[in-house]
Design a binder for this molecule. Structure first.
Ligand SMILES: [Zn+2]
Length: 73
């Protein structure tokens, strides 16, 4: 398994701890020093520091890069 994780806007990820609404899946809307996420269940947006995000992420469900490499800029 690769040890370096890369994240891109449009990726769908699952977090270790569910959102209070019960949702566990999030879509990444922005990646930088901070990572912005939107809950797929309730639509609420949150921002986490990148290190915090990497500790909380459980798995990547779908990769925007793999799904639409042609759109990479
Ligand atoms: Zn939610």
């Amino acid at each position: 398994m690769p040890s370096v994780k890369e994240f891109h806007p449009g990726d769908v990820v699952r977090m270790r701890k569910p959102h209070p609404c019960g949702g566990q899946e999030w879509t990444i809307t922005r990646v930088g020093a901070d990572v912005r996420l939107r809950c797929l269940k309730c639509g609420r947006r949150v921002m986490l520091s990148r290190s915090h995000f990497e500790k909380r992420i459980k798995e990547t469900i779908s990769s925007a890069v793999l799904n639409s490499a042609a759109e990479e800029q």
